[in-house]
Design a protein around this ligand. Structure first.
Ligand code: FE2
Length: 135
């Protein structure tokens, strides 16, 4: 069972955003599966870096889309993205300083954050873009 099964409830109605969310969820699930199957520390850190990097480039994509569309909710949305990165950096720093936070806990945190961000903040963005004719 994937850690975050894809569901149409996660669709925000804009194809480019939905496609990237699917990829992001896919990377998260892949890392979850690898942890379950047993993965060495090096592969784990490579996979984690891939997840964090993709998240970062996806956020940049959404922010550029909002900027180009003149979306009024840009600042608040961007703020949520920044806050997520601060929280992820904190969790990663704690785990590298020897505190056992663990990649599994980070995945659960990301899954919960993504679910509520996608279904709330990104959904509102999608509706607004739909009204501007973007699908
Ligand atoms: Fe977002």
């Amino acid at each position: 069972m994937p850690i975050m099964p894809w569901s149409d409830l996660l669709s925000v109605g804009v194809a480019s955003i939905d496609q990237q969310h699917r990829i992001l969820v896919g990377i998260l699930n892949q890392l979850g599966d690898s942890l379950e199957a047993g993965i060495d520390a090096w592969d784990e850190s490579v996979a984690l870096t891939r997840l964090v990097d993709y998240t970062e480039s996806h956020f940049a994509f959404e922010e550029e889309l909002m900027r180009r569309a003149g979306y009024p909710g840009l600042d608040a949305h961007e703020q949520e993205h920044r806050l997520l990165f601060q929280q992820v950096a904190e969790l990663m720093a704690r785990s590298s300083s020897g505190e056992k936070v663990g990649t599994q806990a980070l995945l659960v945190f990301l899954r919960d954050w993504l679910t509520s961000h996608i279904m709330g903040t990104d959904r509102a963005l999608g509706l607004s873009l739909n009204r501007m004719g973007m699908h």
